[in-house]
Ligand binder design. Structure first.
Ligand code: ADP
Ligand code: MG
Length: 162
């Protein structure tokens, strides 16, 4: 990431996670972004993605890509077809899956890429435009670190302690 900005956030409850998802949905730079989600199992990565997809207008069931590794969505943005790919690399074990399961194609195509467990495929991934690291603190609350390049601006987000 060139010119990386860092922002620390505090989400006291799930509503705060949903709130952030709505702000993220408004970022113009989201269209072709690579968004990496880090955090332990149960940290809230899928919860955030689900809220983002809802905020962007996805209707119907939103499955976690835990087993399928990839779930795709077709939306419209500014009058154009828009593909969103939600991936979970937790069960990614074999680098040959990268081509076979179509991940290579996903990352060369336009569209929004959201992926959990980037640690599992690090060498194969491009540099993320936005990295969201979620840490569970006391019950229900989350400490979050955003790292992002100049595609993103997040007006109106208040940093912890600011
Ligand atoms: P991950 O994808 O990181 O493994 P999930 O999103 O599947 O995690 O699960 C997170 C769980 O934690 C959900 O059951 C959600 O309801 C709960 N949760 C509690 N507080 C929060 C919070 N502040 N943000 C997100 N999820 C929360
Ligand atoms: Mg998940």
């Amino acid at each position: 990431m060139s010119e990386v900005h860092e922002l620390k956030l505090f989400w006291p409850n799930e509503d705060a996670t949903l709130d952030f998802a709505q702000k993220l949905a408004l970022e113009p730079g989201l269209s072709d972004a690579c968004v990496s989600l880090l955090g332990d199992l149960g940290a809230g990565k899928t919860t955030l993605v689900r809220a983002l997809l809802r905020a962007l207008g996805v209707k119907g069931t939103i499955k976690s890509p835990t087993y399928a590794l990839l779930e795709s969505y077709q939306l419209e943005r500014e009058g154009h077809a828009w593909v969103i790919s939600h991936m979970d690399f937790y069960r990614f074990t074999d680098p040959s899956q990268w081509e076979e399961a179509g991940f290579r194609d996903v990352f060369v195509a336009p569209g929004l890429k959201l992926y959990e467990w980037p640690e599992r495929v690090e060498a194969l991934l491009p540099v993320a435009d936005l990295e969201i690291r979620i840490q569970v603190s006391s019950e229900g609350s989350r400490e979050v670190t955003l790292r992002f390049n100049s595609r993103f601006s997040f007006p109106g987000l208040t940093e912890v302690g600011a």
